[in-house]
Design a protein around this ligand. Structure first.
Ligand code: ZN
Length: 305
């Protein structure tokens, strides 16, 4: 993968709350992620259970609106410097720019809906959101109640060191998956799925798997079209994306499959506990999105999953 050093990194699409102390408080009732209205939709919730030991770090009693703004000044300076692409946070900002540029065109084209931008919040350790308080242990997530993507960028270290997903392209894959949840939110898919879960609690996990696999498929559709995305001046964001990059995304998707995570944690593999899909399913749906490049093909609810 080669990023275009001439592309302008639009830091207004992120909200840098690292070190702002927005969170980290303890207490309250931990609620299962994805359970209930406005729940957090994470990429890798099971990892937390496996590696951190179960604390979801969410406080159901939190009553803030999560609208606290960070200070982007230093990020903005850093990302307009010559060596910006060497910085993890600037690269991730550019990935966000590319993903949103894609959906700005693709959402009206494929679903006839206007795309509404969603910022990504960079946080460290803990953060207050409209979905409750979260700590880094939950991994990156999307909160439908405030329409924001949240990530502690040190998550990538965990992905590389603990799960062996080391490739750089794991990063845009993770972000594209979370923006997939934003798209589901805009299309009403997420709300519909929550209602179905309430009507049919016995199938709650199976429904969650469908939602997650669709987000993987949307990530694949972005990956296919990413080299066509540009900044506001029309400068391409990616010079190239290689087969090896795509393989890194697939590899990451496989590493965070529910069965892989359960195996890693030494637990017996239990399909009833799957919430995100198996390695094989995650690989399949990312690949389907990538090969077709068409989000319409991501109909995991249509029986395909
Ligand atoms: Zn997810």
């Amino acid at each position: 993968m080669e990023l275009n050093e001439n592309a302008r990194i639009d830091t207004s699409q992120v909200d840098d709350r690292r070190g702002s102390g927005g969170g980290g408080g303890l207490g309250g009732i931990p609620i299962p992620i994805g359970g209930g209205r406005g729940g957090i939709v994470g990429i890798i919730v099971a990892v937390l259970v496996a590696l951190v030991g179960g604390g979801f770090g969410l406080n159901a009693a939190f009553d803030g609106d999560g609208s606290g703004q960070g200070d982007n000044t230093s990020l903005e300076q850093q990302c307009s410097a010559d060596d910006a692409l060497k910085q993890l946070d600037c690269r991730n900002t550019l990935y966000v720019n590319s993903i949103q540029a894609y959906w700005r065109t693709a959402l009206p084209e494929t679903f006839g809906e206007q795309y509404q931008p969603s910022k990504t919040v960079f946080f460290s350790q803990g953060v207050n959101t409209a979905c409750g308080q979260a700590d880094s242990g939950v991994g990156p997530f999307y909160c439908p109640a405030d329409d924001l993507v949240y990530i502690d960028l040190t998550f990538y270290n965990l992905l590389a060191d603990q799960l062996g997903a080391k490739g750089e392209f794991a990063q845009p894959y993770v972000l594209a998956h979370e923006y997939g949840h934003h798209v589901q939110d805009l299309l009403g898919t997420e709300a519909q799925m929550r209602r179905q879960q309430q009507r049919d609690p016995a199938n709650a996990n199976a429904l969650s798997v469908k939602l997650e696999l669709q987000a993987d498929c949307y990530a694949g559709a972005w990956a296919r079209n990413a080299t066509g995305t540009a900044d506001e001046q029309g400068q391409k964001i990616f010079k190239s994306i290689s087969e090896q990059d795509i393989q890194q995304a697939i590899d990451t998707a496989e590493k965070i499959g529910d069965d892989a995570i359960q195996q890693r944690s030494g637990r017996p593999v239990n399909p009833d506990e799957f919430t995100h899909g198996t390695s094989e399913q995650r690989r399949q749906w990312f690949t389907k999105g990538y090969e077709t490049g068409d989000p319409k093909q991501c109909d995991t609810f249509g029986g395909g999953a």
